[in-house]
Write a protein that binds this ligand. Structure first.
Ligand SMILES: [Zn+2]
Length: 159
């Protein structure tokens, strides 16, 4: 007997909707990109558009204003973020300045931790990127319990 696995590439918001729906029976994969590099725009976007797929880009919101938008190891600018968002991509938080969040927690620097989480979320919302502002990507793959609780307090739904 042949078994076929259908993998569907979807955004974070679609995944959140899908987990409680009947269509959850199909395998789904979320593609995410961290930091907001221009390679999201120049390389990933055209490929994913060709295949009618969307991804999630986790943005260091404090880097956007100075983002050159040029190809290479550069941050995206606002118009590039708008292009991703218009193409159906989710734009989510990767904090304001990309600090070591666990260090902030260990040092009990709750003030800076709050600022990083709250201001990046607020920036997404005030920039019109509201669809996925409730998602957060942790830096350096580090998660601690106290931090997870804090991110929930601020209104993040998935991290
Ligand atoms: Zn990162």
């Amino acid at each position: 007997m042949n078994k076929h696995i259908v993998i569907i590439l979807i955004s974070m918001t679609l995944m959140l909707q899908a987990v409680s729906s009947v269509s959850a029976a199909q395998t789904k994969v979320i593609i995410t990109f961290d930091d907001g590099w221009t390679s999201d725009y120049y390389k990933a976007l055209p490929i994913m558009q060709t295949n009618n797929q969307q991804a999630t880009a986790f943005i260091i919101t404090g880097e956007v204003a100075g983002g050159t938008g040029r190809q290479g190891f550069e941050y995206m600018n606002m118009s590039q973020l708008k292009a991703l968002y218009s193409a159906g991509w989710d734009l989510s938080s990767h904090t304001v300045t990309h600090p070591f969040l666990t260090n902030l927690t260990k040092l009990k620097n709750t003030s800076q931790l709050n600022t990083e989480l709250r201001n990046s979320k607020n920036w997404l919302n005030s920039s019109g990127f509201t669809r996925a502002s409730m998602f957060l990507a942790y830096q350096y793959l580090r998660i601690v319990l106290s931090f997870s609780m804090k991110s929930t307090d601020i209104g993040y739904r998935l991290g």
